[in-house]
Design a protein. Structure first.
Length: 615
């Protein structure tokens, strides 16, 4: 029914729908028709949302959730069975959420699509117009689970848990008349707000300053609880949005009233020791926060970025990586880790760790430093900033405001008699020249780069006008890597690749026979995402004589890559990802979305032999 609506509203064409139906009928995996349209690229999530919100669909809620792919047929059957056995009647949606078949936020999203009501995820910190509370008894609000929020265009905005609850709708109209507008919110948000309103009626009003302090402290504690790596505080046109990056993916956390935005942003600026009066320039800062709840100190790197709606703040939690990973815990396969250790323990040469932001380069770099750190070795670093303290290593944190610039630090670093030099990042030709010159004088250099893959790291060095013979004689290896989300072990289930998957990856079923591909159904343990934790995917390029010759003769990227695969046994990022997916660690969807694809991957049996994988 949803697909027919999409065609009727000209979101998709008749031909696209017919082709998607034909593909869907051939699939053995439990994908919905909507999923198939999304995978084919005929439909986007935004287009789907807009179409559903603008057109009411007369369809049962359970069927609607199945069509969206939010629950399966078996989920619905189980929920209906539970509903039929209850002595005290409950709505289907309440059962689905309570029993963990669907996350509450997704359920509210579906209700919003079906009934046309907007969502207000968290009203706990929204500024409530208390004059409205004089028109309705608080007991009625608690009984019906409704909160009158504010006046909006002569209407009273009312947040409620269940938009199908006739008692809640009738009570709202009884006390506020016909000019009411409803928004959906979570049960916890409604109950916490009503509890706070009840307490404020008998207790002195809490000072606004303390309220803002508690908001920020709660956000930091929540980020620690959920294992977030970054906190994004983003002013929007009509609200202040807070999102966490968890396992590399942005996730909605809270929304605050637009009126609270200046106080929240100012509080973060004060904590980061930034200029609270400056609102026209980008700023940086640092916060050292003592979490009483977790009994630990956390270190946050703060970036303040000016946008059209105000200043966006991103806080990176640095100390959630407090324990250094051993080299053998990084997730490399047996043969790969042995080759990697051989290069690490070589007396000189440059080791480059490359990949986009959030690929885990810094964690791998620190693991190597820890592996090399001993009483007989002098290690010195130049980092911006120092993220993890390592005992016995001379670490320098770049601070341009104090005159400790990257260039100035690099000039002095070689005078410190180091055996190993760690450069946080090769940024320009000067830092690249410093790394090359240090390696030529017998030092070991470890550094990071931002390129798509290992061959891209070589090409970028060439583009920095470094002579090819210097690159071939000093670079020991380049490690490209990514962090992909791990399939949740609690809800993992077998996944049969679709023809679309196979075509995108340029593989055939016969080449990957014996593979055990999996996907996560979603459960409370993984926040209904199907993923929990992350897995490292690696590409190790070591410079064999054939590769060095390709560099010196300035071969193109495809020729250099072919030389790496043929002469040094390099396994590409895509191939390494496929090996991990074949053992059920990551999904094919993650591989397709995040790993570069150059050429046709080799068969699974060959890759397992090269990497030393026994299963």
């Amino acid at each position: 029914m949803i697909a027919e609506l999409l065609q009727k509203e000209h979101v998709i064409t008749e031909e696209q729908l017919a082709y998607a139906v034909r593909i869907h009928s051939k699939l053995s995996s439990p994908l919905t028709l909507i999923d198939t349209l999304l995978d084919l690229g005929y439909l986007t999530r935004d287009a789907l949302k807009n179409c559903l919100r603008n057109n009411r669909i007369n369809i049962r809620l359970g069927d609607f959730l199945i069509e969206l792919g939010y629950i399966s047929n078996s989920d619905l059957a189980q929920a209906l069975g539970i509903q039929g056995q209850l002595k005290v009647p409950k709505r289907l949606g309440e059962i689905l959420v309570e029993r963990g078949f669907i996350e509450e936020r997704k359920f509210l999203e579906a209700l919003s699509y079906q009934l046309g009501f907007p969502i207000m995820n968290d009203i706990s910190y929204v500024q409530i117009d208390r004059s409205l509370l004089s028109k309705i008894p608080l007991a009625v609000c608690q009984q019906c689970e409704i909160v009158p929020v504010r006046y909006e265009n002569s209407n009273v905005l009312i947040a409620l848990v269940d938009p199908l609850d006739q008692k809640a709708l009738e009570s709202s109209h009884k006390y506020f008349g016909e000019k009411v507008r409803f928004v959906i919110s979570t049960k916890d948000s409604i109950r916490n707000t009503l509890l706070a309103l009840e307490q404020s009626a008998v207790q002195p009003k809490v000072m606004e300053e303390n309220t803002v302090i508690s908001i920020i402290n709660n956000l930091l504690d929540d980020a620690l609880n959920e294992g977030a790596s970054d906190i994004h505080i983003e002013p929007q046109k009509d609200r202040l949005r807070v999102r966490f990056r968890i396992d590399g993916v942005m996730q909605q956390h809270k929304e605050f009233s637009k009126e609270l935005s200046p106080q929240i942003l100012s509080r973060v600026k004060i904590m980061a020791k930034s200029d609270i009066a400056e609102k026209r320039r980008h700023q940086d800062g640092r916060i050292l926060y003592n979490s009483i709840l977790h009994g630990m100190d956390i270190d946050l790197r703060v970036s303040i970025f000016v946008t059209i709606y105000g200043e966006t703040i991103v806080m990176r939690l640095l100390t959630n990586k407090s324990s250094l990973l051993d080299i053998k815990e990084l997730g490399m396969e047996a043969n790969l880790i042995q080759s990697f250790i051989d290069v690490i323990e070589a007396p000189s040469g440059i080791m480059i760790f490359t990949g986009p932001t959030g690929a885990g380069k810094t964690s791998t770099l620190y693991s190597c430093v820890q592996h090399l750190n001993n009483i007989n070795t002098s290690i010195i670093t130049a980092e911006d900033p120092v993220e993890i303290l390592i005992d016995g290593v001379s670490q320098c944190s770049i601070n341009a405001k104090l005159g400790v610039s990257y260039e100035e630090t690099l000039r002095h670093i070689v005078r410190q008699d180091p055996d190993i030099i760690v450069l946080g990042e090769i940024r320009d030709q000067f830092s690249a020249d410093t790394a090359i010159q240090s390696a030529m004088t017998g030092h070991k250099v470890l550094t990071t780069f931002h390129t798509e893959d290992s061959v891209g790291g070589l090409l970028r060095l060439m583009n920095m006008e470094i002579e090819p013979f210097l690159i071939s004689s000093t670079v020991a290896c380049i490690v490209a890597q990514r962090l992909l989300r791990r399939v949740c072990p609690k809800c993992s289930e077998r996944y049969i690749p679709t023809s679309i998957d196979l075509n995108r990856l340029n593989i055939t079923p016969g080449e990957y026979s014996g593979a055990e591909f999996k996907t996560g159904r979603g459960c409370s343990d993984c926040r209904f995402s199907g993923y929990k934790g992350r897995v490292g995917v690696f590409e190790l390029l070591t410079l064999s004589p054939m590769v060095k010759d390709a560099i010196v003769t300035r071969k193109n990227s495809s020729e250099i890559r072919r030389s790496c695969i043929e002469s040094s046994g390099m396994v590409t990022l895509l191939e390494n990802g496929l090996v991990k997916a074949a053992s059920g660690e990551i999904t094919l969807k993650e591989i397709i979305a995040d790993l570069p694809r150059f050429g046709k991957p080799r068969p699974l049996v060959d890759l397992r032999r090269i990497l030393g994988v026994t299963h």
